[in-house]
Each structure stands twice: as structure tokens, then as C-alpha cells.
Design a protein around this ligand. Structure first.
Ligand code: SAH
Ligand code: SF4
Ligand code: F3S
Length: 477
């Protein structure tokens, strides 16, 4: 089957492509010149991080091992992000360093991938001014990494492979998880929302959902492999499944994932408020494994700006969603994304955002100063002075941290279940992990607790994390 075949966008055509890549992996294993060590830098969101896990899976399968030091690696990969400009500047800066490392280590190959590679201007700049880069590929052909690596080794020249868009989804490539007990699963790719500030729809392509049976099979096999917590990923999970041959809603998918024996926790990201259905809210209240946490990006509290952002909801709708979520799950924790300094933002607009923050009392928020992205509609709108945005931004941070602190005090004295993820660098008996409500908790335990849901009594709370003691100790005291 060629790519030209007329075929609806939802068809997952994993098998043939995946087989070709597996063959390339087998050949790479046999040859003596494949990279023996690698170093990956992940610069973007969870999807980007999950893509890196796939690259690591492939590299480990061909026998490469992670290098402690970037300058000593045979293969350095930057998995880039372009959602804001400073992420891009970082890449150019690091490429400068790498040039000198490469002089000392002639075996080193440099690869760039991720969202930034899908921007034409960036690609031209890299081709013209950064000859130290050996391999460039994009977001739509990440799964071709084994073949591209082979081509690079054969050619001894530069290899560039960028595709404009791709509708098929390739399944079933190896991937390595950061934690044995926690994993991410893509449920959809791309985005069709075209918020006017955002570059993601241009670099990740059109929205397409994976078939539920493939998602469920992946989750089942992860659980069989020891995974307890699953994070379902998509740019707008609330519109999952709409374009599938047999349409299914996100709430229905959650129901099916919830039924998988052995799985303990389900999280998901990200939800768009315009597509948040009563059905999903009801499912949140009913399904026992779905964590009582909802990330609902607000972006702005001003109706005028929400319109200019093309977000398709207003402040009243947002607050209504919050009210319904709290009715369904009384102690639900709510987090959000907020942009300050969108073109045309006045003090009044900003105060509307603060107003929502005070009303909702978010548990946490990712806050961003607007970054102008070439090619998006907002780039053409009148920009606001940086000093003004900076001042508003500081005010927003202060409000969020005051509210976060107050919210977290309510947990002091309560016992919560924590999934310990890591030990502290300085003290191996100090563990940290997350509660079902997604709060970060530090407590004294032992390595044997890693990956085991553990009851912890909270003793202290700051705006950003909490500390606690093992429940047994609390009881003994
Ligand atoms: N699909 C998700 C988020 C994707 S990007 C959603 O719609 O919620 C993550 C966050 O980056 C966005 O929620 C937004 O707050 C921020 N962001 C996106 N483009 C931006 C820009 N040009 N400047 C500043 N922040 C931006
Ligand atoms: Fe960007 Fe909007 Fe799509 Fe989120 S929903 S990825 S903010 S265009
Ligand atoms: Fe994610 Fe950045 Fe791409 S936020 S989708 S890695 S532009």
C-alpha cells in the first residue's frame, strides 16, 4: 500500500512501516559502526518526552547505552520545542557548544528532531549556518529513525528528512520508560484548534486519533510489565475519537481503560474547555482509577481576548465547567495554563484573568508570557509592551503562589497515597512522588518503596510541595 492510496485519515497503518523499521534495527545491531553511546535532550511537552522515549527504545535495542556526559556521546539528539521563542534560542546556543565538543570527539554525530524542525525558516537557518548538524528529522516521521540512522552511517554526509504532514499512525515501535511503574500513552496526535497564538497545529499536523483497541492493548501490555499509573496524551483529549471509523468519546475510552485489571491510576492531558462534555465530567466522578485532578487551560479570563485567541468559550463557560467538575468530584484539584501579554491585552483584560484565578483558586498553574510565533495570526496583531506584561506576570505569580500555599495547608494532618518516583540525590532515604491529586510530596522512606503506592501523613506544606511521614510512623508517634 502506497501513501498515495485514498484512505481516510484514521487508518492506523502500523504493521508494514513498523516491520521495515524493525528490519533496519536488526541490521543496525549487526554493523560495527552504529553509535555505542547516546545523549538525548528533551526540550518540550509530555508528547515530546514520549517521543524521546521511543528514540531511546530504538537506540537501546541496537545496543547503544546512555552517556553520562554530552561531550563524550557518539550520538547527541536534541528533541526540540518551538511553542515559545526562548526554547528555540536555547537550541542555537547549545549547537555552538557542541561544535567545539565535536572537534575533540570526531565520532560524535548530532541529530535534531521535534517541533522546531517543522518550521521552514528554522530549517533553512540550520542548513545554512549549522554544518555541525548531521541528521535532521521532524515530528511526522520520527518512527523512521532506524532507517534514517542507517542512511546517515552509509552516506557519511548530512541526512535531512522532513515531512509536511502525515495522516497515518505507526504503531508498535520499541520504547523505554523513564520509570518502570509509570508510562505515557499517546491517544491522538496533532491539533485542529488553531488558537491564534499557537504554533502546534502547524508543526504537529491535523488531529488524528489512535484506535481504542490499539490504545487498550498498549495499556494492557504496560500493566503486564509492571506499570501502575498511565498518562493518556493528546493536545485536546476531549475531542478524542470523533473522526474514527467507529466514533467513540474520550469518556468511553476512559471507561474501558479503567476496567483494565492491575492498573491503579489514570491521568490525562490536555483538555480544551470548549469540548469538555457532561459525559466526561460524570465519568470523572464515577471511575475509581481516574485521578481527582483536572488540567483545564484557561489562557485568559477576558472574553474579548478569548475571542481573539479563537478559544471558543468565555469566562462564564469556564467557571461553569469548574463548578460542574467540583460537583462531580468534590475535592478535585484544578490546574491550568495562563498566557500574559497576548496582543492587545489591557490592564482590564488582565484583571479579568486575576478574577478567574481568585474565583477558581487553582492548585497550580503553568504561566507564560506571550511569545510571538511567526506564521500564527496573533503575530500580525498589535503587540503589548514587554514591561507591562512583566509587571502583570509578577502579580499573577504572587496570586497563584498565595492561593497554592493556602490550598496546600488543607492537606496538613491528612493521610494521602503517594506513588514514590525517585530518591533524593543527597539522601537515598528521602523519596518523592505524587498524590492522586497530583501534588508533589517528599518523605523519608526507603528505596524498596519506589513504585509502591504508599500512605503518607502530611506534616508541612509550601505553595509548591508538601512534606510528610510514613503513616506507620505517624501512628506510632
Ligand atoms: N494543547 C494544549 C497545550 C499546548 S501548549 C492546550 O490547548 O491546552 C501548552 C501551553 O503553552 C498552552 O496552553 C499555552 O498556555 C502556552 N502557549 C502556547 N503558545 C504560546 C505562545 N505563543 N506564547 C506563550 N505561551 C504559549
Ligand atoms: Fe495550541 Fe490551542 Fe491546539 Fe492547544 S488547543 S495545541 S493551545 S492550538
Ligand atoms: Fe510540545 Fe513544544 Fe511541540 S509544547 S507539541 S514540543 S512545540
Amino acid at each position: 500500500m502506497g501513501r498515495q492510496n485514498l484512505r481516510p485519515s484514521y487508518i492506523e497503518e502500523g504493521t508494514e512501516e513498523a516491520r521495515r523499521q524493525r528490519e533496519a534495527i536488526a541490521r543496525l545491531k549487526e554493523r560495527g559502526d552504529a553509535p555505542a553511546t547516546y545523549y538525548i535532550v528533551t526540550m518540550g511537552c509530555q508528547m515530546n518526552a514520549h517521543d524521546s522515549e521511543k528514540l531511546v527504545g530504538i537506540l537501546e535495542e541496537i545496543g547503544a547505552v546512555a552517556s553520562e556526559k554530552e561531550e563524550e556521546a557518539d550520538l547527541v539528539i536534541y528533541n526540540t520545542c518551538c511553542v515559545r521563542e526562548n526554547a528555540e534560542q536555547k537550541v542555537y546556543g547549545r549547537l555552538g557548544y557542541l561544535k567545539s565538543f565535536k572537534k575533540k570527539n570526531p565520532r560524535m554525530k548530532i541529530a535534531l528532531c521535534g517541533c522546531m524542525m517543522q518550521e521552514k525558516l528554522v530549517l533553512n537557518k540550520l542548513l545554512k549556518s549549522y554544518p555541525q548538524v548531521d541528521l535532521i528529522f521532524g515530528t511526522h516521521n520520527l518512527y523512521r529513525f532506524p532507517e534514517l540512522l542507517e542512511t546517515l552511517l552509509d552516506s557519511q554526509g548530512r541526512v535531512i528528512d522532513i515531512w509536511e504532514d502525515k495522516q497515518e499512525i505507526v504503531e508498535d515501535l520499541p520504547s523505554i520508560r523513564k520509570y518502570p511503574f509509570k508510562a505515557s500513552v499517546n491517544i491522538m496526535y496533532g491539533c485542529d484548534n488553531f488558537c491564534t497564538y499557537c504554533i502546534v497545529p502547524y508543526v504537529r499536523g491535523r488531529e488524528r486519533s489512535r484506535r481504542p483497541e490499539n490504545i487498550l492493548a498498549e495499556v494492557r501490555s504496560l500493566v503486564a510489565d509492571g506499570v501502575k499509573e498511565i498518562q493518556l496524551l493528546g493536545q485536546n483529549v476531549n475531542s478524542y475519537g470523533k473522526n474514527l471509523e467507529n466514533p467513540i468519546t474520550f469518556a468511553e475510552l476512559l471507561e474501558q481503560v479503567n476496567a483494565i485489571p492491575g492498573l491503579e491510576r489514570i491521568r490525562f492531558m490536555t483538555s480544551h474547555p470548549k469540548d469538555l462534555s457532561p459525559e466526561l465530567i460524570a465519568a470523572m466522578g464515577r471511575l475509581d482509577k481516574v485521578c481527582p485532578h483536572f488540567h483545564l487551560p484557561l489562557q485568559s479570563g477576558s472574553d474579548r481576548l478569548l475571542r481573539a485567541m479563537n478559544r471558543h468559550y468565555d469566562q462564564a463557560h469556564y467557571l461553569d465547567m469548574v463548578k460542574r467538575l467540583r460537583e462531580a468530584v468534590p475535592d478535585i484539584s484544578l490546574t491550568t495554563d495562563i498566557i500574559v501579554g497576548f496582543p492587545g491585552e489591557t490592564r482590564e483584560d488582565f484583571l479579568e484573568t486575576l478574577n478567574v484565578v481568585e474565583k477558581v483558586r487553582f492548585d497550580n498553574a503553568f504561566t507564560f508570557i506571550y511569545s510571538r510565533r511567526e506564521g500564527t495570526p496573533a503575530a500580525q496583531m498589535p503587540q503589548v509592551p514587554a514591561e507591562e506584561s512583566k509587571r502583570n506576570f509578577e502579580e499573577l505569580l504572587a496570586a497563584l503562589s498565595r492561593i497554592g500555599y493556602e490550598n496546600n495547608q488543607k492537606w496538613v494532618g491528612r493521610t494521602v497515597w503517594v506513588l514514590p518516583e525517585e530518591t533524593s540525590k543527597n539522601d537515598a532515604s528521602m523519596l518523592s512522588g505524587r498524590t492522586a491529586h497530583n501534588q508533589l510530596v517528599h518523605f523519608t522512606g526507603g528505596r524498596h518503596l519506589l513504585g509502591q503506592l504508599t500512605p503518607v501523613t502530611i506534616t508541612e506544606a509550601t505553595a509548591f510541595y508538601m512534606t510528610g511521614v510514613l503513616e506507620e510512623e505517624a501512628v506510632r508517634e
